[in-house]
Design a protein around this ligand. Structure first.
Ligand code: PLP
Length: 462
């Protein structure tokens, strides 16, 4: 007979195991454990099919910025579906949601290269598609302006830019490469700039940043500056473990890129819309990207939509190339789909009403202080890091040597499971790093409740 907690025949869990192929899952282990089925959401919480409630400590996947219920966003989608459920934007067709959202994004964008405003917006459906589009734009641009050899893309180890063939090649995580035959040719990676993890004994953040920038320059020189097109960077590496750039890092990196005429792509798929304590991560870290990609919080995750913003220089090259080729042969059926665009417009209006930069600065300061107060001195915790509404707690076996735990102990996975028992949906990355990035609208008392749950779960780990 099956154990008591085995999924019942024909239950939702049994049908899930039978039919669904889950993303990011060990499919063999999954057949034993089955799914956790989430039924509905309310505020910063989700509820499973047995009625248990969980505070979402990572806003789903860093995306549900306004939480898990919002009448205005639902109404915006419904109204748009009734008025015009679909139209495309190929060949100059358009509609109001696409026009309004493009204007709103450009008006709210940070400064691009040369302290100039961004020029144009292109829409896609996911972060991966946005970054894939950015890569193709760069290739098209360099062909259009007569430098066809300048195509190589540099990403960073532990960077995450998605999982399609090109964006997955820019990603710098072994799990996305191993057995997928990625990265494809022409993609390179420099070191992860985590000072706590990779700084040499006694090396200051500034010296570490100098070393990181030098490594980038050495790679560009080795490959040949005439062959290197762009550098991809998240302002804060999110899925790679919430890695904040060390002091002076982007200043030094941008000097290198400028010297060799290499474009900067800021992947703001996680950092955009308030995560880092300002509207954009590029503002927090003084980046002046040529291209900016965003997704997730653009629609508070209520519907899929992503965007690529490009500088005037990129636009001019692409326009020139499109004329030479007869068209710019790129675009998705759903580029600028009116329903997610309408939801994104409403999301940006809500951000304006919330005075997003002010909200995330004050609530973020509370979150950062509360995290450090509970976890910094814990014997199992090596580093508590973050800024604004993004953070992480990293476990170590030895606080002094920073030695990692034996992976077979599965400490992080156990912490995550215990968190769930304590009413917190946690996300432990790379075995030992708990992300802390709740919905932006979380209250101070909910922050305390979330962190207390995570703390009790850590205590229970023993
Ligand atoms: N870029 C960053 C920084 C991300 O964090 C993610 C997803 O987590 C992506 C790109 C890929 O986005 P998507 O999963 O929507 O394709």
């Amino acid at each position: 007979t099956p154990p008591d907690d085995a999924p019942r025949f024909n239950s939702a869990a049994a049908r899930d195991i039978e039919y669904a192929l889950h993303p990011y899952t060990n499919h063999k282990a999954f057949r034993e454990t089955g799914p956790l089925i989430i039924d509905h959401g309310e505020g910063v919480r989700v509820f499973d099919d047995a009625g248990r409630s969980y505070i979402e400590s990572v806003a789903g996947l860093w995306c549900a910025s306004l939480g898990f219920a919002n009448q205005r966003l639902a109404d915006a989608a419904y109204a748009q579906m009734k008025k015009l459920p679909f139209y495309h934007a190929f060949g100059g067709r358009s509609h109001d949601p696409l026009i309004d959202l493009s204007e709103m994004l450009i008006q709210r964008a940070p400064l691009s290269a040369g302290d100039r405003p961004f020029s144009k917006v292109f829409f896609a459906n996911s972060g991966s598609e946005a970054n894939d589009s950015a890569i193709k734009m760069i290739w098209f641009y360099n062909n259009a302006i007569g430098r066809p050899a300048k195509k190589k893309i540099i990403g960073r180890i532990r960077g995450y830019h998605g999982i399609t063939v090109a964006s997955g090649s820019a990603t710098g995580q072994p799990v996305n490469h191993k057995m997928f035959d990625l990265p494809i040719a022409g993609f390179h990676h420099v070191s992860c700039p985590h000072h706590y993890g990779y700084g040499l004994p006694g090396e200051s953040e500034e010296d570490f940043a100098t070393r990181m920038a030098q490594e980038l320059e050495d790679l560009i020189l080795r490959e040949g500056p005439d062959t290197v097109a762009a550098f991809f960077a998240e302002p804060i590496q999110g899925a790679g473990g919430v890695i904040l750039p060390p002091a002076t890092y982007f200043e030094k990196v941008q000097a290198v890129l400028k010297r060799h005429d290499v474009l900067l792509v800021a992947d703001e798929v996680i950092c955009g819309f308030g995560r880092t304590g300002r509207y954009w991560g590029s503002q927090t870290f003084e980046m002046r990207p040529d291209i900016l990609t965003c997704a997730k919080q653009l629609s508070s995750a209520f519907l899929p939509i992503s965007a690529v913003m490009i500088s005037e220089q990129l636009y001019q090259g692409i326009a020139q190339g499109s004329d030479a080729a007869g068209t710019w042969g790129h675009g998705f059926t759903y580029s600028g789909h009116p329903v997610p665009a309408a939801v994104a417009i409403e999301t940006l209006k809500i951000y304006d009403e919330l005075d997003l930069p002010n909200l995330v600065a004050t609530r973020g300061a509370y979150l950062q202080k509360a995290m450090r107060a509970r976890f910094a001195d814990h014997p199992l915790v090596g580093e508590v890091r973050g800024t604004g509404m993004i953070g992480a707690i990293e476990l170590v076996a030895d606080k002094t040597t920073r030695a990692k735990f034996d992976a077979t102990r599965k400490l992080g996975a156990r912490w995550q499971a215990l968190g769930q028992e304590h009413g917190v949906m946690m996300r432990v990355m790379l075995g030992e790093i708990a992300a802390v990035s709740p919905p932006l609208v979380i209250s101070e008392s909910e922050i305390d409740e979330m962190l207390d749950g995570m703390h009790r779960a850590l205590e229970a780990l023993g």
